[in-house]
Design a protein around this ligand. Sequence first.
Ligand code: 13P
Length: 344
Amino acid sequence: MSTHPLEATAKAMVAPGKGILAADESTGTIEKRFAGIKVESTEENRCAYRDMLFSAKGLGQYISGVILYDETMRQKSADGTPFVELLSKNGILPGIKVDTGAKDLALCPNEKVTEGLDNLAKRCAEYGKMGAKFAKWRAVVTIGAGMPSSTCIAANAHALARYAAICQAAGLTPIVEPEVLMDGDHTVERCEEATEWTLNAVYEALHLHRVTLEQSVLKPSMVISGKDCPKQAGVEEVAERTVRILKRTVPAAVAGVVFLSGGQSDEVATEHLNAMNRMYAGKLPWPLSFSYGRALQQPSLKAWKGSASNVAIAQAALLHRARMNGLACLGRYTAELERQALAA
Ligand code: 13P
């Protein structure tokens, strides 16, 4: 039996020792990231920054795919090569964010629902023609007083399932991303509860909407303590709790799991992924990998500072984080490797 092309893409996205670079910041989000390094968010600067990331030599050794934003999908490298082509040439699959952002969920104060289903089939077909192989849709779930509500969970699970079904019908492999936010002072137990609830609802909705799980990738948040919680769960506790919830809720047919970093520091995100792969090697039905935005880009962004003269050191910083996370996919990351490489 031959493998369906969407399943082959899903498998390639989680190939051993590789993960995904999320570089799909919307114009508003990249403006915030640039403000942190005092760089103006012009189309030219956004293009130069993404060019620096995508033309890092050897990136394809650790990165299987890159998620792009609509504007980036249409931009070119300095030598005139379209980004989509540049990535494909380096063995990296181009992907595209297709949601239009998390908006206020009516009658549910402080909760969000992700929009973007309007014309989605048409947009997916266009992105497919432009060379995209996979897509991403991010839902956010907030923990707080009386939150998450069942309304928020149901609305977001439904939208994720509609999106995933539309992608598969249009020939794109969907990344299904339900993010339980780390904002707040909630305990790790509450995060675990909210994550279990969310993932259960998501897989029920995917089933209802006839999504083929083998042709999909899950992008969850890890089970961690709220950012402002005085008691922070340690690395092994996070690994244990996260894997426990994935085992309870994610069908074995799913092609792979790629975590988001969600505001964890770059090294902590790597440590968590490494611990899971070290502690559960050979015991799980899906590969556990990464699809980090900030945790891959932050050191590179800081080194770049908007200047062409910093491109080489910024690329070295990106390659370093990509390599460390590639090792974490195999459970082979160590603090020594982190330090050695930094000293080199
Ligand atoms: P972070 O790793 O910065 O959370 O970004 C991943 C992402 O793509 C969020 O949608």
